[in-house]
Design a protein around this ligand. Sequence first.
Ligand code: IMP
Ligand code: MG
Length: 184
Amino acid sequence: MPTAAEVLRRTGGRTIKSIVYDEGTIAAKVAELGQQITEAYPDGDLLVLGLLKGSFIFLGDLVRKIERPLQVDFLVASSYGTGTTTSGTVRLLYDPETTLEGKHIVLVEDIVDSGNTVRKLIELLSERRPASLAVCALLDKVAMHAPMPEVAFVGFQAPTAFLVGYGLDHAEDFRHLPFIADLT
Ligand code: IMP
Ligand code: MG
């Protein structure tokens, strides 16, 4: 565990409430998820699609724990709606260049909260006729949404706190923290 001084050096003096998942805990979980994905796709083409920006660190670690051939691409989505929620429609700002048709798609998301982002993206990606479509989320705030069978791979069932680090941001800050912390 980093000392308080080490944390403050990384955050520029902004305090966090606590470290919820430390580096070792995250690494062990990512290895487990990689193994689950390896076993779930014995054959066929596998495309791992990272949803930017939040998944950038998770995806980098995850694909190195998947021991079968795969390709990587990214999605950038923007959501409209009230501005403060993701309940509006989702539009793709960057669309994967690879075709999805006939491939097994694993959509990689940092955190599922209301589930709206993932639900909308699944709808949109299904139209491209993939062989299968599943979501791998590092964190899932299960208390915030009805059960979502599409979210087949989950790292941690997260508390309903606001979490930052390991890709997750608050107003674009804290993404670089090697651990996941509760900001609230
Ligand atoms: P949803 O559409 O409500 O499921 O929200 C998912 C998106 O909201 C994620 O991709 C994150 O970008 C963001 N988000 C939700 N909860 C948190 C959090 O605790 N910390 C940082 N970002 C979050
Ligand atoms: Mg975000």
